[in-house]
Ligand binder design. Structure first.
Ligand code: GLA
Length: 732
């Protein structure tokens, strides 16, 4: 039993393989957090609570003369604003009478095997053997605000998910001004490091690590999507935690809109972590008996470093978040025409790319932006989802049939959430975009954002996309989103509901995606937002892969993919080999290196293959074969970061090990070439110590133990950014 409740002491205990999470309903019926960390059996941690008079931390009415009882000090399971807890709140309401007070007390709970979905939202799922759920019902006796805190325990993966459902059971309307998903109070710690992933367009998820301090540190997005600038995944860990040692707590928000993740160290060195939808621009009207569902947070605990935490996330996301056929089916190696042609292409050009690509073992052609409406640059056409026959001569079916005739699948690009002013759609329905009535809206990439909260907008998009899918044998969709939200106002909602639009936008997006992915189970969806600007666990519920970055430079990708790997599996990271000099950085790197880096993701090409020399095409053939041969190890195996690109080592190295440990693929990129360099023995990980491994293509054999303890002797590389791959196979 992963979840236990002691009727006498009213203590809830959640156990995973290596962690324990505990809380207690106390004498006044408040739900207090007791402990989250390394597994402790047969002990209730109520003894950790300390009651002292802390001046200026007020006492709730029930405590009366007891000045030692304060909600400002005691660890809260779901912190509220208005009743004397001055730390970061999880819930903030405006009651029917205009007051802010909310006092949540335990009413009841339920425990069941399995896990239910979250209405309208993405969430992890699992069988009754994999996951167990606890729902704790809290209520404010006066206002009848109800909160159901949901905890699901994936015991084997050291993962606990949290979410909250807030219901207005009172007599009038109320407003939610903040409704976070997860709150944890660490009573005995102020010594964590906070690891976050910042970035910008074409340089997403750069790792940053800082010690926490008194006061608050937040990472957030108020851009209407999870954003390039900060990722909704953060880690709290020991100051000295590294890949293989130390306590780490990961928090991944299963949501693609505004978010906030705050760490606060309080006056007595306790640490509070709160994560959920950002409260800026958020004000949700709850009429009587209406509920608000706060999205899920996936927490993973590891006491053996960041590597294990990441591997647990990878397994959970692949098996219990991603859905559909493509979670276990080999995905095609694709070639995308964007960096090859940009907007300047015809069907003839696409077919010639497909033809050359098919001869090298590439399996799918993706037609990117520019095939629809009047779209010869990025100033017009978005919204007009019908084929531009000037470019696609003879229509889509003819093109797709021709591409198929070379044994190649066909994929297509959409940017459904957007509209250009210069489009038939905008001329017909200007009210369909997010825009305040009184002023001209902000343009970004010269486009406006469609109001995804509107059903008619979603219906139009559903019909248009479905009509395109019906025209031809389309097996992949790249779902792009190339600007952030501003002037967030829906012409369909009244004034007092405009604070709902950011969230309703995301719900609308999910609703449309849900419909399309369900009705098209054989179509592979890839998410995208100017590269990796909406790379989050929410999107992965609908699209099992996401274009990681518009930056295809393999050296920058070492950093981007490294940062991304802390939460997200390799099978989710779109990665392509592109031309040199690289279009984003101008850097020149060997083709081999571009291949090694791109095949640590959902592999593909994005260049004009017609322009490649015969010699280069031979290299591509070998890359394609290497990827296919190692597909299972890369995509379903365990991932080990051997070095950090931020470190001092000359090489950036990472390793894949198949689940049965029989195969491994080790990758090195030389980032700091040196003359007369020191010897490098790279310690590998995850192998079977007592087994012998053969280096494929050589006579070298070593025990797993030797490779892990003494290391693999890396053959010296010469020249900027050369790369090396070592394939290992266990000898029987
Ligand atoms: C975004 C995507 C690119 C490409 C362009 C097309 O930037 O990230 O891959 O599809 O849009 O406009």
């Amino acid at each position: 039993m992963a979840i236990q409740f002691n009727q006498q002491s009213k203590v809830f205990t959640l156990h995973t393989k290596n962690s324990t999470y505990q809380m207690q309903v106390d004498k006044f019926q408040y739900l207090l957090h007791l402990y989250y960390g390394s597994k402790i059996e047969n002990q209730e941690m109520t003894y950790l609570l300390q009651y002292n008079d802390r001046g200026f931390s007020s006492n709730p009415a029930e405590a009366y003369k007891d000045r030692t009882y304060s909600l400002d000090i005691l660890p809260q399971e779901y912190s509220v604003f208005g009743m004397g807890d001055y730390r970061e709140s999880s819930l903030q309401v405006v009651n029917t009478d205009g007051s802010f007070d909310v006092q949540l007390k335990y009413v009841s709970h339920e425990i069941y095997k399995g896990k239910k979905g979250l209405q309208g939202l993405p969430a992890t799922y699992g069988t009754e053997d994999e996951v167990e759920t606890l729902v704790i019902h809290l209520e404010d006796e006066v206002t009848k605000v109800r909160v159901a805190l949901q905890y699901s325990v994936f015991e084997q993966l050291d993962a606990i998910t949290r979410s909250a459902v807030i219901t207005n059971s009172g007599t009038g309307d109320m407003y939610l001004e903040k409704a976070m998903s997860c709150c944890i109070d660490f009573t005995n710690r102020n010594d964590f490091d906070y690891i976050t992933f910042y970035g910008r367009h074409a340089l997403e998820r750069q790792m940053e690590r800082t010690p926490i301090r008194h006061g608050k540190v937040s990472v957030e997005s108020i851009r209407g999507c999870s954003s390039h600038q900060q990722n909704p995944f953060v880690i709290l860990c020991d100051n000295d935690a590294n890949e293989q040692n130390g306590e780490c707590y990961g928090f991944s928000f299963v949501y693609s809109g505004n978010f906030k993740a705050t760490v606060e160290v309080d006056q007595i060195n306790q640490t509070r972590f709160v994560m959920g939808i950002h409260d800026t621009g958020f004000c949700y009207l709850l009429q009587r008996e209406e509920s608000f569902v706060a999205p899920e947070v996936i927490m993973v605990y590891s006491e053996s470093g960041l590597g294990q935490m990441s591997r647990n996330y990878h397994t959970l996301i692949q098996n219990n978040l991603c859905r559909g056929k493509f979670k276990n089916t080999r995905r095609p190696i694709l070639i995308n025409n964007w960096e090859a042609t940009y907007f300047d292409f015809t069907s003839e050009k696409l077919v010639s790319i497909a033809k050359d690509a098919s001869e090298l073992g590439i399996e799918m052609l993706v037609m990117d932006d520019g095939w629809f409406g009047v779209r010869n640059d990025d100033y017009s056409g978005l919204g007009d989802w019908f084929v531009n026959e000037d470019k696609i001569q003879g229509g889509l079916k003819k093109l797709v049939d021709e591409v198929n005739s070379y044994g190649m699948k066909f994929g297509i690009w959409f940017e459904p959430e957007m509209v250009n002013e210069d489009s038939e759609l905008y001329r017909k329905h200007p009210e369909w975009c997010l825009k305040t009535p009184v002023r001209e809206g902000n343009r970004s990439r010269f486009q406006y954002v469609l109001d995804m909260s509107r059903e008619d907008v979603r219906e139009y998009l559903y019909e248009s996309i479905t009509a395109i899918l019906k025209q031809a044998n389309i097996e992949y969709i790249k779902w792009d989103m190339n600007r952030h939200l501003a002037n967030v106002y829906s012409s369909e909602l009244p004034a007092n509901r405009q604070g709902e639009v950011y969230h309703r936008y995301v719900l609308g997006l999910y609703d449309l995606l849900e419909r399309l992915v369900t009705e098209n189970p054989n179509v592979l969806f890839e998410g995208c937002s100017g590269g990796g600007g909406r790379f989050d666990a929410g999107m992965l519920y609908y699209t099992p892969q996401i274009w990681t970055s518009d930056n295809t430079d393999p050296v920058d990708r070492l950093f981007i993919q490294y940062g991304t790997s802390f939460c997200y599996p390799v099978s989710s990271m779109g990665a392509h080999v592109s031309a040199i000099p690289n279009h984003q950085t101008g850097r020149v790197t060997p083709l081999n290196t571009r291949g090694v880096v791109a095949m640590s993701g959902t592999f593909g090409y994005e260049l004009d293959i017609n322009k490649m020399t015969e010699e280069e095409k031979e290299v591509v053939k070998v890359q394609v074969e290497t990827y296919k041969r190692n597909y299972d190890t890369i995509n379903y195996g365990d991932y080990y970061r051997l070095t950090s690109p931020y470190g001092k080592e000359r090489f950036v190295a990472w390793q894949f090990v198949s689940k049965d440990k029989k195969k491994s693929l080790v990758n090195f990129v030389l980032t700091k070439p040196e003359h007369n360099p020191p010897i490098l023995h790279m310690k590998l990980q995850g192998l079977e110590p007592k087994k012998v491994y053969k280096v494929v293509g050589s006579e070298e054999c070593y025990t797993g133990e030797a490779l892990m303890k003494a290391g693999y002797r890396v053959k010296e590389q010469f020249g900027d950014y050369t790369a090396l791959q070592v394939e290992l196979e266990m000898c029987e």
